[in-house]
Write a protein that binds this ligand. Sequence first.
Ligand SMILES: [Zn+2]
Length: 165
Amino acid sequence: MQPSTSIWINSTLKDVWKLKLSDKVKYFLWRGLTNFLPTSDNLVRRQIQIDTACKFCGHCKELVVHLFNTCKMARGVCKELTVQEEIEGAITFQDVFEQRKCRLPKNKFLIWVTYMWDLWYQRNLKTNGEPFRAAKEITSFAEGFLINHIYAPEQWKEISSRILV
Ligand SMILES: [Zn+2]
């Protein structure tokens, strides 16, 4: 890791803990930003032999940037959120995170993060051969999660009327 990259990561990680998100979602972000999510590319780097195909689409390698940016599942989730479906030229999770953070209004960014957290959970269910949610269901689950854990229902009503249209 280049020194400039590690400075960026350290200050970003500090910011992550201040976000108005559940600790579970922050922990997911921390793992993503430090390359500790056990996606195929990260496991192969640690010399672990596994099937490297994406669990959702099956025809791409499961690079972390594919899973959260270019996979049809990630694109479907972004479509539900009415945000740009793909960050072009992103190579790492950090790139996707940074671009989303810069381009989205803060509340919408927090919702996007929560969607990605649930996408990761669904990916793990699919990997274990268990039933998993489709993109549309991920978005309703993530909204429910935000209402139950972060925002009061009236607050959410106000936020969603502004951003989920
Ligand atoms: Zn895929």
